[in-house]
Design a protein around this ligand. Structure first.
Ligand code: ATP
Length: 233
């Protein structure tokens, strides 16, 4: 479904991604792992089109999209839940979700909003509350729900576990895992390798802008180099 070929990206003279190639098949959950500053967020931002690719190709269903505008990529089925959640704090839960559907012209938005409330019941209970009244975990759920309202085929999640308690992390990752049954493909960026590989089919490890390991979730968890560097064992 998604193929990235020789992708490079930079911030001025700072190279953030160097010759990155990876693939995500339809229906997979793929984890993108690595330490602080490895380039994970840049890769997601380059995929959603809010940061330019300097070199390389991004193919969605075989068609190049690396020059497409972000809204065109949303129309093609790519949605991102950004780092730090970035919900609109002064808007209600309901209005935050509605903003996720801003490109849609169909009549199923209310039904899909109810589906998000079914996935995250607490959002339904708090639908009239402003987003700033939500806990960190609830705001993360809202950011994922907002992305789902664009009806994505490929969902990009940037560090959903950041700053959350283990119980909430398990709950959110359980729900992300269940998106597979809805036919949604997921690329999830995480520093919490164990949690991400717990639900992922495969993973890639980035180090200073390059992919240094790749394999099935099991193979990565069993790889001594990955364990030493990232699992603290
Ligand atoms: P984190 O988990 O901290 O978000 P990351 O793996 O997502 O890390 P990126 O945020 O993609 O990494 O950063 C990759 C590199 O690009 C780092 O060296 C970082 O300092 C640099 N970088 C990121 N954003 C900017 C920016 N706006 N201006 C300049 N350099 C940046």
């Amino acid at each position: 479904m998604l193929r990235i070929d020789g992708l490079s990206a930079a911030y001025g003279r700072v190279t953030a991604l160097q010759d990155v190639s990876l693939e995500v098949d339809e229906g997979e959950i793929v984890a993108l792992l690595g330490a602080n500053g490895a380039g994970k967020t840049t890769l997601l931002r380059t995929l959603s089109g809010v940061h330019p690719a300097r070199r390389g190709r991004i193919l969605l269903d075989g068609k190049p999209i690396e020059r497409s505008k972000p809204h065109t990529r949303v129309d093609l089925g790519i949605a991102q839940s950004p780092e730090g959640r970035q919900v609109f704090k002064s808007l209600s839960v309901e209005d935050n979700l509605r903003l996720g559907a801003y490109r849609r012209r169909d009549r199923d938005i209310a039904r899909d909003t109810d589906e998000v409330y079914a996935l995250f019941p607490v959002l339904g209970e708090m639908r009239k509350r402003i987003a700033s009244a939500l806990s960190g975990g609830q705001q993360q759920m809202l950011a994922i729900g907002r992305a789902l309202l664009s009806r994505p085929r490929l969902l990009l999640l940037d560090e959903p576990s950041l700053g959350l308690a283990p119980l909430i992390i398990d709950q959110i990752f359980g729900i992300v895992a269940s998106l597979k049954e809805k036919g949604i493909t997921v690329l999830v960026v995480e520093q919490n390798i164990a949690v991400a590989l717990g639900i992922a089919d495969r993973g890639y490890v980035l180090e200073t802008g390059r992919i240094v390991h790749t394999g099935t979730a099991r193979a990565l968890l069993d790889d001594p180099a990955v364990r030493d560097a990232y699992l603290g064992v």
